[in-house]
Write a protein that binds this ligand. Structure first.
Ligand code: NAP
Length: 329
């Protein structure tokens, strides 16, 4: 098989160095399915990995990219035939296994998801791990009793990849969404995704009491730290909080009061390691809810492998909005 380009991260004297290299399939991490990659997308984790600003990769050198969509090239797994359109998100891709910022990817068959109805190679990567994780929050919260009549859903980091898809998916599922954002110019964008209200993060008084006035029916949090602490104290009785991210911090300084006096549930969302049944159920729910134009509205741009580093810096500097796709074909 001919060679292809990959964005490969190496150990350097200080931190890491990401560079584009020629590789062959036999150089890749092992697996039963070889995928000719078409698209990937830049997630927060990818930005940390390629810049070295976070320790995401647990072995080096490694191809970056936690997501990929493409066409099966060869397969030893009877569930997948050459030509099938598929996607992979998480599962260790780009963390312990050569990832999606490459012309070819080789993975175990259990990681491979057949292209869900209504999505295509490009739209699937607009969703990517970010949208999948937002979808998992919706599924888990509803499994735990969340329903639109319970009250508005507060979504933090709303203009980011996870936040944009959470805004779109929850509003499509019939919830009233309040988008919490630090970007003063994001209101029109977030309203176009279905947000009923916008909350300017700089204007929010987090308060100090173990229980503040209960406002939110539930919440989806990409930030951690003070924002998540505040959410535990302001979600209504029996509401759910999907704890997804740590963009603002890893601390959580709350008390047991919201849990024992209001029955609030803090649900952990792990998009990397989950059962295959849950993975397929989340993709099914996403594909049922999304309308054809929804993904296009969240795509903020497309880059080639050459420009991934610059886009990653921009994402970490909080300048990015929605999802940036990586063109691989
Ligand atoms: N649990 C999982 O399986 C899983 C999966 C995917 C992602 N994540 C995590 O979820 C988070 C979001 O990921 P993403 O891909 O959506 O990233 P992203 O596109 O960079 O979005 C994060 C958003 O959070 C806000 N933000 C960023 N830094 C902040 C800070 N220091 N203080 C306050 N707000 C900040 C910004 O939104 P505004 O400007 O609108 O406020 C930003 O757009 C990350 O922590 C990521 O690691 C977890």
């Amino acid at each position: 098989m001919s060679s292809f380009k990959a964005l490969r991260v190496h150990q350097a004297d200080k931190g890491v160095e990401a560079r584009i290299e020629d590789m062959r399939v036999e150089d890749l991490s092992e697996g039963s399915v070889v995928i000719r990659a078409a698209w990937s997308g830049i997630n927060y984790k990818d930005a940390l990995a390629v810049t070295g600003k976070g320790k995401i990769m647990r072995t080096l050198p490694l191809n970056a990219g936690i997501d990929v969509s493409g066409t099966v090239e060869t397969s030893e797994d009877p569930r997948f035939l050459p030509g099938h359109e598929v996607l992979v998100t998480g599962c260790g891709l780009g963390e312990v296994h050569d990832g999606g910022f490459a012309g070819m990817v080789r993975v175990p068959g259990d990681w491979v998801v057949p292209m869900p109805d209504g999505l295509d190679l490009r739209r699937a990567m607009a969703v990517g791990t970010a949208g999948f994780t937002a979808g998992m929050a919706l599924v888990r919260m509803e499994q735990n009793g969340q329903e639109p009549g319970h009250g508005p859903i507060l979504i933090t980091g709303a203009s980011g990849g996870v936040g944009s898809f959470a805004t779109r998916l929850f509003s499509r599922a019939g919830y009233s969404v309040t988008a919490f954002t630090g970007k003063t110019d994001a209101a029109d964008y977030l309203q176009s995704l279905g947000a009923a209200d916008i909350l300017d993060a700089s204007q929010v008084d987090y308060g100090k009491r173990p229980l503040e006035k209960a406002i939110w029916g539930g919440a989806v949090d990409s930030l951690g730290g003070d924002a998540l602490t505040w959410l535990t104290r302001t979600v209504k009785p029996w509401g759910n909080i999907g704890a997804i991210g740590l963009a603002a911090g890893i601390e959580l300084n709350t008390t047991v009061m919201p849990f024992i006096l209001r029955g609030v549930s803090l649900l952990g969302i792990n998009s990397v390691e989950c059962s295959r049944d849950l993975r397929l159920a989340v993709w099914q729910r996403i594909s049922e809810l999304l309308q054809p134009d929804d993904c296009d509205a969240i795509i903020s741009g497309e880059v080639g492998l050459d420009d991934v580093l610059e886009s990653a810096e921009s994402l970490l500097a909080r300048k990015a909005r929605g999802r940036t796709l990586v063109r691989l074909a």
